[in-house]
Design a protein around this ligand. Structure first.
Ligand code: 3H9
Length: 713
């Protein structure tokens, strides 16, 4: 065996050269890997005893793409295209032998090989658009030559993955290896030794492209449909440009076009935000001082409360294959809850989202019960009863009597004091907030709320449980609203103010949608039902002139056919599409007059800043108080829980991109004009003065904590 460099080796088995890549964790195409692979191919090429070359990877996967950490840095030769080109030009046949997730540059590498084989569990895809770029090493050129233009557009613009069986059927794979991969690869390569020459190269194939050459309609239609789905994300549309070039230009020229497009994208704000978010998401899983890895899998859960939240949480457990006892003291509520779950699953099955057998399997994992004592068998218990401290305390006292030692005692409260709830038990160290978002079976975000007393082992198990449930768990501390809702409140308050001072709901919502949110504040209020807020305000003795007036008129939102907007079941755009109602605008103007406010027209920039900057300000306070561990966690929460557009990286990244000085200065102007509520947070003020970013602040805190830890050790 020859060691080419620290991560690439070359060995000959009979007359086949085997190039092995070992670049953990995902065999990314780092500089060392590219250099080693290129050298290995050259070595094998010179080896007179070698008649074919196999490329195989150690570890969890074949190459899963370019090394994202290298993006934005000065590129170092050899580039990926040069490596792929050397493989494609090799006079000896090269076989990619694949397992794991063959993604992006990894799949491009495979497409440069003369043959591709894989184990049945392998998966294939181009996730580049999720990073705000397009496949940039020939993926937009070679994929359509094999799978056809329409399928290539679908795969690349949606970033979806396909299985080995699908890849075989689409012609991407030459063989699915049922036994051991390397043995299968060697046997496959043996057969090539006598193969006819010249070797087939994907780049030379034209049969899939020829029929659509000059077909502008196909691309126009694709742009229309992809543009709708991409909602502001630019990369999918750029991918279509590159695929169109593949169809209409000679290979080298089209490859150059692909290169120009990706180079422009790598420097774009969207790609920077998406790359930041890729690492932010992974960072959220890491908790200083708490090892969340190697946690035992949860097998049995219990959910208390069979309402909308409880039912959704029970479904989330069942969806992850975890048996769950759904408990409600009321037989009737339980029956209703189970009925809704069954209906939800059946609707999914009807839409083709799961099989009838799956419906049965998941329902089989959910056991209804009216006895709280049935929490006894559960490793995790999630309480999801009404938001009432006394009720929750009674439930927790009862849970405490029956739950097994070491069980996670979770509450799904979004507003109440978890310490207070925990005080009803003799084991507050086992109590933790598990804040799911509605609909709980759909939403990925899980705020894991640690109190001052929660034991590290419970934190570790809760984070691992979140991942087991295929959620995105983010650890936060206790405060009113935790991280997500506290920031949401800052935005809602502003939205209300804006309409009192000169704006209108459709303007506010339009600005948010233009920014990239799927829905505006007021349309969202109508969807959720305006009576929820109305009830809370009544309990707390608060007023909101416009919302209160709407509720008093019976306009409670979509469910009553009207709220801030009107809804029409016959609307060709959809029964849930908001229609601007002049009557509401009149009501708003009257509310301003009654409050003695002189309305002034606001431009969209002002509306956007008034909505978003107070959110950033609130987030700065949250960060300063240590309620969030790092700025990027806040971004993960807002992207997964509240629809902040990924390509803007979350509120903290957005603020960093604008510059904290600019944000702080604008808040100061607002403070002078509109009052105290806009006073910049102390942390924001300090970082602005120091010309620093939230990301830099987080890095400093992390370095400080590491220093303390090593000093203590
Ligand atoms: C591309 O290929 C462009 C090309 O067209 C060519 C252009 C010229 N680079 O996700 P995990 C790290 S764009 C660097 O937890 P899993 C990750 O940060 C690329 N690092 O594991 C984490 O680090 P840490 C197209 C990477 O088992 C660790 O690996 N490809 C990369 O749940 C484990 O990651 C993609 O977008 C990378 N490419 O899932 C694939 N990938 O432990 C992106 C991962 O320090 N990757 N890391 O936190 C994935 O989707 C998943 O990582 C994968 C494994 C499914 C592979």
């Amino acid at each position: 065996m020859t060691r080419i460099n620290e991560i690439v080796t070359l060995a000959r088995q009979g007359n086949v050269s085997v190039v092995t890549l070992n670049n953990p964790p995902v065999n990314a195409l780092s500089h060392a890997l590219r250099e080693g692979l290129l050298n290995a191919i050259a070595h094998a090429g010179r080896d007179k005893e070698s008649a074919a070359i196999v490329i195989v990877c150690e570890g969890q996967t074949f190459v899963a793409g370019a090394d994202i950490t290298e993006f934005g840095k000065p590129p170092k030769d050899p580039r990926i295209n040069a490596v792929i080109s050397a493989i494609e030009e090799s006079p000896k046949p090269v076989v990619a032998a694949m397992h794991g997730t063959v993604l992006g540059g990894g799949l491009e590498l495979a497409l440069g090989c003369h043959y591709r084989i894989a184990v049945p569990s392998a998966r294939f895809g181009f996730p580049e658009v999720n990073l705000g770029i397009i496949p940039g090493a020939g993926g937009t050129q070679r994929l359509p030559r094999i799978v056809g233009v329409e399928r290539a557009i679908e795969m690349i613009t949606s970033a979806s993955q396909i299985s080995a069986a699908q890849a075989r059927e689409a012609g991407l794979l030459d063989e699915v290896v049922l036994g051991e991969l390397l043995a299968g690869a060697l046997a496959f390569a043996q057969k090539l030794v006598t193969e006819n020459r010249p070797l087939k190269r994907v780049r030379d194939r034209d049969e899939m492209l020829k029929p659509v050459r000059g077909n502008t309609e196909l691309f126009a239609k694709a742009r229309q449909s992809v543009g709708r789905k991409a909602r502001g994300l630019k990369a999918p549309l750029a991918a279509i440009d590159a695929i169109e070039a593949a169809v209409n230009l000679p290979f080298e020229q089209a490859l150059q076009r692909e290169r120009e497009i990706i180079m422009a994208q790598v420097g774009s704000d969207q790609s920077k935000a998406l790359r930041y978010f890729f690492f932010a998401e992974r960072e959220a899983a890491k908790i200083p001082g708490v090892d969340t890895s190697n946690q035992p899998k949860v097998m049995q859960a219990a959910v208390i409360g069979a309402g909308t939240m409880g039912g959704g949480i029970a479904m989330s457990f069942a969806n992850a294959g975890i048996a769950v006892t759904l408990i409600d003291v009321s037989e009737q509520a339980l029956e209703k809850g189970i009925g809704i779950i069954q209906k939800n699953y059946e609707n999914t099955a009807k839409r083709g989202g799961m099989s009838e057998a799956d419906v049965g399997k998941r329902m089989g994992l959910i056991t209804p019960s009216t006895k709280l004592a049935d929490v006894a068998g559960a490793e995790v218990i999630v309480e999801a009863v009404f938001e009432n401290t006394q009720l929750k305390k009674t439930v927790f006292a009862e849970i405490d009597r029956h739950a097994q030692p070491g069980a996670i005692l979770g509450t799904n409260t979004s507003t109440l004091d978890i310490d207070d709830i925990a005080s009803a038990t003799k084991r507050p160290e086992s109590v933790i907030g598990l804040h799911f978002f509605s609909p709980a079976n759909v939403m990925k975000l899980l705020e894991v709320v640690r109190t001052g007393k929660t034991a590290p082992a419970i934190v570790a198990r809760s984070m691992a449980l979140g991942r087991q449930m295929r959620k995105v768990p983010v650890l936060v501390g206790t405060c009113d609203g935790f991280v997500g809702n506290r920031i949401l409140r800052a935005r809602s308050k502003q939205a209300e103010q804006i309409i009192m001072y000169g704006g209108f709901p459709h303007q506010v919502d339009g600005v948010l949608q233009e920014f990239g949110f799927p829905m505006g504040v007021f349309a969202m209020g109508d969807m959720a039902g305006l009576d929820i807020g109305w009830r809370i305000r009544q309990e707390r003795g608060l007023k909101s002139p416009v919302a209160d007036a709407l509720c008093e008129m019976g306009r409670l939102g979509q469910k009553t056919g009207a709220g801030y907007y009107r809804y029409d079941p016959q609307n060709p755009a959809g029964a849930r599409t908001p229609i601007v109602d002049p009557m509401v605008n009149e009501l708003i103007v009257k509310a301003s007059n009654d409050a003695g406010i002189e309305r002034k027209e606001m431009n969209n920039d002002l509306v956007r800043e008034r909505l978003l900057y107070p959110m950033i300000n609130e987030a700065a306070k949250i960060l300063e108080e240590g309620v969030a561990l790092r700025a990027s966690d806040i971004d993960v929460i807002w992207i997964y829980g509240y629809g902040w557009p990924r390509y803007r990286g979350g509120p903290m990244h957005y603020a960093d991109a604008i510059g904290l000085r600019a944000v702080r200065d604008r808040l100061r102007e607002f403070e002078r004009e509109f009052g105290e509520a806009f006073k910049p947070a102390a942390l924001l003020d300090r970082l602005a003065d120091e010309d620093k970013t939230f990301a830099e602040y987080t890095a400093e805190v992390k370095a400080g904590a590491a220093k303390l830890e090593s000093a203590a050790a």
